[in-house]
Design a binder for this molecule. Sequence first.
Ligand SMILES: [Zn+2]
Length: 248
Amino acid sequence: MTDAEKKALKAAHNKKYRDANKELIAANQKKYREANKELVRERKRAYREVNKERIAAKKAADAKTERGRKLDKLRGERYRTTHAERVRELHQKSRDKRAPIAKQEAKQRRVELRDSYVAQILRMPTDLVPPEVIEAERIRLKIKRKVQELDNDRTEKKCSTCREYKPLISFGRNHGTKDGRSYECRLCNRERKRRDALLKGLTFNPRNRDEFGRVRKHTPEELKTAKNAHAREVYARNKQRRNYETHK
Ligand SMILES: [Zn+2]
């Protein structure tokens, strides 16, 4: 018997033993890991450190195949279920780390009240506005911003035309404003449009809108011809239907 043959025989024997005593071996391994937690962790870390590049390459290769991605997902799920506490801790940690940055970013996003900006609000060249006026305007803008902040969670709003306080639903949608609602209430808005239309000799019908949702305005003549055309259309349709019914 040669050495190679001996080796093969031994391997086969070992395999047979492992297959027969699977549970016993697993239990022993678990017991060992439990008893030598620190040591096992240290060894794993050392292994990862030595095989860094190989592991990274394997990960990159896995990310390219469907099976690899699936396995990675499964691994992640398993880790999250077995280490729920740790995952929660990490989440909280990243959130805590992120909070001041997010706050800072929100602050930066708001326009700074520089002299030039304040002068722009006053519609004057910066060097022509006296410094005390700039300071006063800056304070006014600051107060306005504070009020707007406080106003953000309100349920009522004052109409800029009739000066009445009304629930937010009484104000039409307007993407240009901070709260997404119009400045004036629906009633005032409708009245204003009707008045404008009358001044131009047009009729205003709030329910009559074109395909873009814009209010349609017609001269009385236009309205008449449109009505006539519609009536003709309806008449023709009904006539066709009648003919169809009689010839069936
Ligand atoms: Zn109003």
